[in-house]
Design a protein around this ligand. Structure first.
Ligand SMILES: *[C@@H]1O[C@H](CO)[C@@H](O)[C@H](O)[C@H]1NC(C)=O
Ligand SMILES: *[C@@H]1O[C@H](CO)[C@@H](O)[C@H](O)[C@H]1NC(C)=O
Ligand SMILES: *[C@@H]1O[C@H](CO)[C@@H](O)[C@H](O)[C@H]1NC(C)=O
Ligand SMILES: *[C@@H]1O[C@H](CO)[C@@H](O)[C@H](O)[C@H]1NC(C)=O
Ligand SMILES: *[C@@H]1O[C@H](CO)[C@@H](O)[C@H](O)[C@H]1NC(C)=O
Ligand SMILES: CC(=O)N[C@H]1CO[C@H](CO)[C@@H](O)[C@@H]1O
Length: 670
């Protein structure tokens, strides 16, 4: 079985000017057992041409009562009755639990995939074009239900763990900058059988046994790369997350839904790699053959793979993504010896796992239609590749110094200069990112001032201890003003979003609730999701869960005693370490006219160890309203990009709402 990668294949295909545009007819009621067991019909492409034209469907089925997940791969056949691949073996019918929540993911080896048929729950792009090789049906609902099941303890996700070979390293997950490619999170693990060259079938254990001479085909994916190559090579197989699968020869399978879930709750140290604006699946083609970035399309894509929405373009920044992506080349170089001894996933392209990874990174880091990182930084390829007479990469040298300089902010995007004066800009950005963690998912929080020591904000300067060390320390004070009927003071991963509105109609973000406990509980859930999206090395999903439980406790008794919400100034969002209890930021109500709804401030001293990748070297909290955190950047963390200030105003709410609209009313390309 050979393997290549969707994105790279897309690139190659684009270069070769192939035009396989597949149209896949979604059967009626695709989320039911019968719909799942009805073959999807392909036109425009030939499903038997696996490497260049096949498409793949992968459903994740959740039982919300038990948390059980099963994977099921609907079959695809050719619509054209005179073609091989029109004949098929009747699909096996899955057993769905009551209230099953079904999400369906699509992957394709062709250039584009467009869905037709019963697409009422499906999204395959925005009004300006399809994603390309990816589409989904109902997966936002799947992830929402799955996140709840994780929060209530029904789903247990195995931790990815630490590698047992080579140097000890955190095992990669799919949202890891060390292993993403030019279009992350586009992978399904589906495999199918082609029997006697013309009959298509699911790769069920029975079919696999009966037709042992059939051709098994799969789509190349980051999942396969991770599960079949990187994990074994690094000694990381203990953390593989699989689920039962009746359409998989072995009876169980990894899956896109599982990879994204694991990534959600075990966030890599450098932060999660989330679909950015420069992902080639989320750009739109401009009129002149230009490529135009689209926040809407990026957010549509993210919604389909369980990733948080980006509040603004800065939150899906290609510069930030490219900066962090530099870590990949360093990771590959670090593991050169280990990877050189491992099999190449694509022998026709590279002779071992090291040259494969180096080539894949170089291509992805390269010019548009890849991520365009090289162009952003104005550098030559950081990878020097040597090929043999057949074009197979047989050696590679990675310029890790250049990559480290990008990570360290010493190499800046073209046209950008550091704005720092006496303190380092590295810390400015680090500070900013710790701030944006708390604000961008909490859109109706008014951030009064999020300042670094470079700031002139009068609100916070009194609380700042001036930075003296030029090299690596700065002080950040974060003041968040929350207008809310409900204040909950534990802030691990961010404050609870405000509950506003008026009695009888409480608003949390864009949702309306009749009663305050219901609204407060929704606020708790948002905080949990934010917490969970950050959970990883600094604090665990369990910490988030504990926080959620105590938040729900306070929420259940919340009652407004005033007709207008109170204003509370609170916060620092510095995650605690795994071993400690959730970080506590003191909330000191300033305008506390609804004391009943405000939980008592429990602790004046914030518990503030590390924000990955920052190290907290001192931390003091006053009993009033500010927490002062001194952080120092870890090595190779941030670049000198962005500004030290981040003001999130209420209009962002509307922008976010706009951005979300297409999720509700997907547009389809004719
Ligand atoms: C159907 O398949 C046959 C045989 O490959 C081909 O000649 C014909 O053009 C196809 N028809 C359509 C509509 O694609
Ligand atoms: C594959 O196996 C089937 C059933 O055992 C047999 O009928 C068929 O001829 C075989 N095909 C090939 C190409 O060997
Ligand atoms: C193509 O690009 C040129 C130069 O940027 C611009 O003047 C022109 O209007 C564009 N054409 C279209 C159809 O967008
Ligand atoms: C975007 O916001 C999320 C939280 O919603 C945060 O985790 C992430 O670091 C932000 N990313 C960027 C690039 O600002
Ligand atoms: C790439 O390798 C070749 C052969 O070793 C060498 O001549 C060349 O200078 C290298 N290029 C870069 C950019 O390192
Ligand atoms: C893109 C990709 O990996 N395509 C592969 C799908 O599976 C077939 C059969 O294993 C391979 O030949 C393709 O290369």
């Amino acid at each position: 079985m050979s393997l290549s990668l969707f994105g790279l294949l897309a690139l190659v295909s684009a270069v070769m000017a192939q035009t396989q545009n597949c149209v896949l007819e979604v059967p009626p009621n695709p989320l039911t057992a019968q719909g799942l067991a009805t073959p999807y019909k392909m036109s425009g492409c030939d499903q038997t041409q696996f490497a260049t034209e096949a498409c793949f469907v992968e459903a994740a089925i959740l039982d919300p009562a038990t948390g059980a997940i099963q994977i099921y791969n609907p079959l695809i056949i050719n619509q054209n009755s005179t073609r091989a691949g029109f004949d098929f073996i009747t699909p096996i019918v899955p057993t769905l639990p009551d209230n099953a929540v079904v999400g369906i993911f699509f992957g394709s080896n062709a250039v584009t995939l467009t869905l037709t048929g019963d697409t009422s729950t499906c999204v395959n792009g925005d009004a300006n074009g399809v994603f390309g090789q990816f589409a989904y049906c109902n997966t936002p609902a799947f992830f929402s239900a799955a996140f709840s099941a994780v929060s209530s303890g029904l789903i247990k996700i195995p931790p990815p763990g630490t590698s047992t070979k080579g140097t000890a390293q955190a095992c990669p997950v799919t949202r890891d900058f060390r292993m993403v490619d030019m279009d992350q999170s586009d992978n399904v693990d589906s495999t199918y059988l082609l029997i006697n060259g013309h009959i298509l079938a699911q790769n069920t254990p029975a079919n696999a046994k009966k037709y042992s001479n059939a051709t098994e085909f799969n789509n190349g994916s980051d999942n396969l790369l991770l599960n079949a190559f990187l994990s074994p090579t690094l000694g990381c197989t203990a953390g593989t997350f699989e689920a039962p699968c009746i359409t998989c020869a072995s009876g169980s399978s990894a899956a896109m839904a599982l990879n994204e879930l694991q990534s959600q709750f075990f966030v890599p140290t450098r932060g999660p790699a989330l679909v950015p604006l420069n992902d080639d699946f989320t750009v739109d083609a401009g009129n002149n053959g230009t490529v135009e970035q689209s926040l809407i399309k990026t957010n549509l894509y993210r919604a389909g793979v369980g990733q948080p929405q980006a509040a603004d373009a800065a939150n899906a920044s290609s510069v930030t993504y490219c900066t962090r992506y530099a870590a990949s080349g360093i990771f590959i170089a670090l593991n050169e010896e280990l990877f050189t001894d491992a099999t190449s996933p694509a022998p026709a392209a590279s002779n071992n796992l090291f040259t494969f990874m180096a080539n894949r990174f170089a291509t992805s880091f390269g010019p548009v239609p890849a991520l365009g990182c090289q162009t952003i930084f104005g550098i030559d390829s950081p990878v020097n590749q040597t090929t043999d007479g057949n074009g197979v990469v047989i050696a590679a040298t990675i310029n890790t110094q250049v990559l480290q300089d990008i990570l360290d902010g010493k190499i800046l995007p073209l046209g950008q200069t550091s704005t720092s004066t006496s303190t380092t800009s590295v810390n400015t950005v680090s500070s900013t990112s710790s701030v944006s963690l708390s604000t961008s998912t909490l859109l109706n929080v008014n951030v009064d001032s999020t300042t670094s020591s470079l700031s002139t904000s009068t609100t916070t300067t009194s609380a700042l201890s001036t930075t003296t060390s030029i090299s690596s320390t700065s002080t950040t004070t974060v003041l968040v003003e929350v207008v809310s009927f409900f204040i909950f003071v534990l802030n691990l991963g961010g404050v609870t979003p405000g509950v506003t509105g008026s009695i009888g109609s409480f608003v949390v973000l864009e949702e309306i609730f009749v009663d305050l406990p219901g609204a407060a509980s929704a606020a708790c859930k948002h905080q949990f999701n934010s917490c969970a999206s950050l959970a990883g090395s600094a604090f665990s999903g369990t910490d988030c869960l504990n926080q959620l439980n105590s938040c729900n406790g306070v929420a259940s008794t919340a009652s407004p005693t005033a007709s207008t919400p109170g204003t509370t100034t609170a916060t620092a969002t510095v995650p605690a370490t795994t071993s400690s209890s959730p970080a506590i930021a003191t909330g000191a109500p300033q305008n506390n006219n609804n004391a009943d709804a405000i939980a008592p401030a429990t602790d004046a001293s914030a518990n503030c160890p590390a924000v990955p990748p920052l190290t907290v070297s001192s931390c003091t909290a006053s009993a009033t309203s500010t927490v002062t955190v001194t952080v120092s950047a870890g090595s190779g963390v941030a670049s000198a990009t962005g500004s030290a200030h981040r003001h999130i105003h209420s209009h962002l709410r509307h922008r976010a709402a706009e951005a979300l609209k297409p999720t509700i009313q997907p547009h389809w390309r004719a």
